[in-house]
Structure formats: structure tokens, C-alpha cells
Write a protein that binds this ligand. Sequence first.
Ligand code: IFM
Length: 466
Amino acid sequence: MTLLLNDTLTRHGPLPSAGTLATLSKNFIWGVATSAYQIEGGANAGGRGPSIWDTFAHTPGKTRNGDHGDIACDHFHRWPQDLELIRSLEVDAYRFSVAWPRVQATGAGPWNAQGLDFYDRLVDRLLSRGLQPHLTLYHWDLPQALQETGGWANRDTAFRFATYAEAVARRLGDRVASIATHNEPWCTAVLGHQTGQFAPGFRDEAMAVQVSHHLLLSHGLAMQAMRAAGVQAPLGIVLNHSSASPASKDPADVALASKLYAGFVRWYMDPLFLGHYPQDPGLTIYPDVRTGDMELIRAPMDFLGVNYYMRLWASASNVPAPMPMGATDMGWEIYPDGLRQLLTDLHRDYRLPPIYITENGMAEADRLQDGKVHDPRRIEFVRTHLEAIAQARDAGVDIRGYFYWSLLDNYEWDSGYTKRFGLVHVDYETQLRTPKDSAYWYRDLIRTARAMATQTTEEEAQLWQL
Ligand code: IFM
């Protein structure tokens, strides 16, 4: 069952300041985000093939409680109700991902009509509800069959990805508001191939570096294929980014901050916007790059998606971050000013296309009590991060929207179902969806920002008439 938001205006926490709302009221969209493996379930339904996350999650010891995405939020079956829920949030936009193994079971060969139809219906229903669909092609669920031929460590996978991207874009690209090639390639490369925390679970740094290059190459090839197919939707990529703070002025801390930022942010931004990998004394392993790769990778994009959760804290002597605003249930420091700093630094260092904040949010140990979830820290988290975004916008960064991560509590990868990021609480036994206080607060914020935008436009119209 799905409880929709009722119409009453609520006061669950202070809204951002009037200045922030004014800054974010024009030419700015509000959204919520999800990804396929984290919500869909329907693992064996409709001709879907297995992905590396099915394999990884079903391997004993890899995820908390052995949790997997076989059912997740059962969105594959409950999507019509979920779309009504999104509509009742009064957002402008919904960001979701397409599961590659749902539309092409083995990552090569025939297209699965049932899978493509699923996303086709989703897109059409979103549009009919006045919601912009923002599509991500790869949110970590590589078809298992491709892993068996080497996965992202095999250069050929980049070419398979471009074929997949073109097929999806030909089918949906006339209706979606944007297409991102990858979500957070750093996670695929490093967590999937260096630390072994994520699927496919390798622990090999040199492999991770080569994977990062193949991911970027696959982005470039997919962009080229989609452009050649005449796809109309704006095309880009989504990166997870952080600012980096040295713990002190000690040169060792400063050098560590530089290395962390180079490995996390510049490793992706420099190839995409400057056409080369960054040089930093802390970076020692570089990938095998073939002639023509960098030209493909640096091809212009229509937008950049930025996901921000926390800053990187750099202490060579392991001094812990001070965490004046506390930490989330993931243990991640809450540090909104890092988002302002990151955005203004990116603006200073690169010629950027318009930016969307494609993910930002927090996990909290939420409890459903008497049909309600009180989550004041999440409200404060979003409010303070919006203040940071407004400051960056005022400083000249072209930011066009904000997507809260996530619409629903969902499958948080190796943490299984133990971490709740949603605006909407999910009871995984019954699949009951209950909007949290933060869902109401977010809806009220959007209403207020929209009212301001209309008011300003009316005032401007009056000015012109004088
Ligand atoms: O849940 C993830 C998402 O899949 C990618 N970005 C970070 C989120 C929170 O960890």
C-alpha cells in the first residue's frame, strides 16, 4: 500500500531563508532520485538477466545480513503507485536508471521487448503526470554475462555499453528530459575493483585504474553513438564529488588533500573537460590509453550531474574530522559548506555546462511510529545544503536543479536494507510506503519556491509595463 501526501501545508522545520528561496526559485527544477537495482526487485521477471549485483549480493559475506535486491521495494510491480507518490510530492522531475540486464539480458545480442516496454510506460506515465523523466543508463548493474568476459576491465565492454546506450536512447530519447551515461564511475572503479566493497568485488588497484578509463571511454563512445543517432535529449554524466579539507596547514596534510581531490574529483573532471588525466605527486598508477580515447572522452556535454554527500578530510596523522554538524547514519560527516566550495572550485577550474545536483541526502535511523516518521535532521540536512547551493549560484555557478536521494528507503548496496535515505519510509515486509516529515517539508519548500517564482515574474511583468 502507498500512502500519498495529503494536501495540508505543514510546518515540520524552517524553510531555507527568503534569499535562498529567491535564488533557487527561477530556472531551477526540484526532483527525487532512485536507481534500478535499489528499488525495482522483479529480479527474474519480464526476461531480466542476472547482473553483477545479483551475483555479488547472493555470495555469502558480501552484504549486510546477506541482503539482496531480488524484491527490494518491488517497484517493478508497484511503479504506478510510486509515480502517484512522486506526483503527490509536487516535484518537477524524477531521476531513475535503466537496468541494462532488463533490456538486454546478456549485455549483447537481442533486446528484451518487455524490459524496454517497462521503461517506455514509466516515461509516458511520468510525462502524463507532468513530471520530467531524467534517465541514467548505468547505475552499477552490469549484465553478469559481460563480467564473465572480463567486465569493465575488458575494453570491449565500453563498446557493448555504447550499443546499449544507443538502443535505449533511440527508444526513449525523444521523451526524456536528460540522459546520463554513468552514475558515479568512481564507485564502480574503486569500490568495485580496488577495495572489493561493491560488485564485482575485486581488490586490484591497477585493474581499478584501467576500469576507470574504460568507464570514461564507454561514456565517450555512448555520447558519440547517441549524438550520431540524432537523440534530442540533453546528454551528460553524473559524478560523485567532494571538496577536500586538509586537517592543518602541515605540508603532509595539504599534500594528502591534494592527492585525495586528484584521485576523486580531478581523475574524472580532467579527462572529461581538459582531455588528460591529472598529474599529482600522490598519483602513481595511470591507465593504458589508446590514440583517440581522450578526444572521445572530452567531447562536449549538455549537462554535468554532481552527487554530493560529504567532504574528504585529509589528515596524514589520522586526526579525525571535527564534525561540528554531526554525522549521518552512514557515519558520513555532515558538511554543507563543502558543497559550496566544491561547486565554486569546479566553476573556477573548468568550463562547465549547466549543473544538476543529481544526488544529495542522508541516511537516518528512522522509526515509523503511529503512522509517522519524524526526521528533523534530514530536514536540516537538506535545508543547509540548499543554502550552500544558493550561495554557489549567487557566485555564478550555473546550477539548474536539485534531486533528493532518495525517493524511497531502498537497498543500500553492501549495507543492504539497514540504511534509510528515503523521503518516504518503506516497510519491507508489507511494502507499505509512508511519507516522512521530510517529504512534507520538501513538498512545502517546492510550493513556496514556486510561489516566489510566480510572484517575481508578475513583479517583473509589472515593471516592464511601467
Ligand atoms: O545509494 C547510493 C546511490 O546508489 C549512489 N550514490 C550514493 C547513494 C548513497 O550511498
